[in-house]
Design a protein around this ligand. Structure first.
Ligand code: FAD
Length: 471
């Protein structure tokens, strides 16, 4: 039986990064993957959705071209080609990950991995079964869409995010159950492409735990596209018949649509992993890890969505580095103080650190610096004047506590605040940094200065009384 220093189960952004990090450090490494490398992120998550978000963005911008004096006919969509482009991007990137694994000397085993005694993994592919041994093991098996029994997902009319990414035609109408980021991104894509979209969310607001003002901005954009939003409402029953779906809502209303998307969360993928036999503690369906990402079994670590923590690709990749360092003899701990996240709706919402609501809940003494896109020269040149940059800073130390940006390129802009927070740069130092003009990042400088009450392109206080010089 072949023995490796490190074996990784699951080749998503957690697993493949762990395998490459291990190989970079001179370990002999293998990775076991039952599907395509790249995991949910590359094949059924981040990348295909962002390809569609980008197409939707372009579609919207073409429609808005008239404000630049450019006359265009009403654009039409060949969604089959839009979807083909998305698939092409996915296969290019999957090929890239395969090359990276190969180039780093990582052995890739295709099949389902199961823990079978200390340091032993069984790999099954159809009827063929093999075994490998490893001194250290990292579990990175990700997550799958939640499938509540009350919502009879059939893959034809009632879909999860996996299946909606495979459709070849835009549905005339789409009911989205769940107003989290996945539900809202699909709402944004399909509403922009012309579907009649309804979102039903049982919590009081869409995009829970997101800055309330940013959510209002997204809701405003949704309503302009005719998206119907029911919050504080659940789906009492859902049925599919004759190529359509009917939902009865807790409010008593009925919604009919061509298709329904069930986007009510994701659950860790632990099926058939052999966790119980390996003595690995599981709580609420997720693998329990400590701050060094160790499971309760010796020499077995877990990273990414399977641990049930922050279910984001970049968090899985970050954890990969920490777990590998520990597996190969180091002593690293995770730190989640500065984790950016982006909701790729139109407009985008990007956050890092705390929100205003969280600062209040914690009873912190903080200052808010705001800057509106409509006061930015570059945003006006781009005809993208909707949105706000909001920076939160500790009143006394001026330490940056968090930021929420809603608007064009929010996903890019948040990186500056993330880097500043990571380097412990204060809001005063951020405001002092020279920013190129005219650019959208100038809004970060202005918001930082606004937190200190000294923004130039915003009147924040009454001018001081000037002493008369004639007396
Ligand atoms: C629609 C959608 C959009 C998303 N958009 C974003 C986004 O914009 N940004 C972001 O950061 N995150 C996004 N995510 C979340 C992101 O995809 C996940 O957080 C990320 O993929 C988790 O990485 P992972 O490595 O933990 O697991 P995964 O990416 O789920 O990979 C796990 C891999 O393990 C394999 N596997 C499972 N069990 C076994 C086994 N027993 N043996 C062998 N292989 C196995 C699976 O086939 C899979 O390839 C999105 C998710 C969805 C569904």
């Amino acid at each position: 039986m072949i023995e490796f220093d490190l074996a990784v189960i699951g080749a998503g952004p957690g697993g493949y990064v762990a395998a490459i990090r291990g190989a970079q450090q001179g370990a002999t490494v293998c990775i076991v993957e039952s599907d395509q490398v790249g995991g949910t992120c590359l094949n059924r998550g981040c990348i295909p959705t962002k390809a569609l978000c980008s197409s939707a963005h372009l579609f919207q911008r073409i429609r808005e071209a008239e404000v630049h004096g450019i006359a265009v006919a009403e654009p039409t969509l060949d969604y089959a080609r839009t979807a083909q482009r998305k698939d092409q991007i996915v296969s290019t990137l999957v090929g890239g990950v395969e090359q990276l694994l190969k180039g780093n000397g990582v052995d890739v085993f295709r099949g389902r991995g199961t823990l079978e005694g200390p340091g032993k993994i069984r790999i099954r592919r159809k009827d063929v079964v093999g075994h490998i041994r490893a001194k250290q093991i990292i579990l990175a098996t990700g997550s799958v869409s939640a499938r509540p029994k009350a919502l009879p997902i059939d893959g034809k009319n009632i879909l999860t995010s996996d299946e909606i990414l495979a459709i070849k035609e835009i549905p005339e109408s789409l009911l989205i159950i769940g107003g989290g980021y996945i539900g809202c991104e699909f709402a944004s894509i399909f509403a922009t492409f012309g579907s009649e979209v309804t979102i039903v969310e049982q919590l009081p607001q869409l995009l829970t735990r997101t800055d309330r003002q940013a959510v209002r901005e997204v809701e405003r954009a949704f309503k302009e596209k005719g998206v119907k939003i029911f919050t504080g409402t659940s789906v009492a029953s859902l049925e599919a018949s004759d190529g359509s779906v009917t939902a009865r809502l807790s409010s008593g209303e009925t919604v009919k649509a061509e298709k329904a998307l069930v986007a009510v969360g994701r659950v860790p993928n632990i099926e058939g992993l052999g966790l119980e036999e390996a003595g690995i503690k599981v709580e609420q369906g997720a693998v329990v890890v400590d701050d060094r990402l160790r499971t309760s079994a010796e020499n077995i670590y877990a990273i990414g969505d399977v641990t049930g923590g922050i279910q984001l690709a970049h968090v899985a990749s970050y954890q990969a580095g920490v777990a590998v360092e520990n597996a190969l003899g180091g002593d690293a701990r995770v730190d989640y103080a500065v984790v950016p996240s982006v909701i790729f709706t139109l407009p985008e919402v990007a956050q890092v650190g705390l929100t205003e609501e969280q600062c209040k809940e914690k009873g912190l003494d903080f200052q808010i610096g705001r800057f509106a896109y409509q006061a930015s020269g570059k945003a006006l040149c781009d005809a993208e004047s909707r949105g706000t940059v909001k920076l939160l800073a500790a009143a006394e130390s001026k330490k940056i506590l968090g930021a929420t940006i809603v608007g064009e390129e929010a996903s890019t802009l948040i990186a500056e605040v993330t880097a500043a927070m990571h380097a412990d740069v204060s809001v005063a130092e951020l405001g002092e940094a020279i920013h190129a003009h005219p650019t959208l990042p100038e809004m970060i400088k202005e918001a930082a200065e606004d937190a200190l009450g000294i923004a130039v392109h915003k009147v924040t206080r009454k001018p001081r009384e000037r002493k008369s010089t004639t007396q």
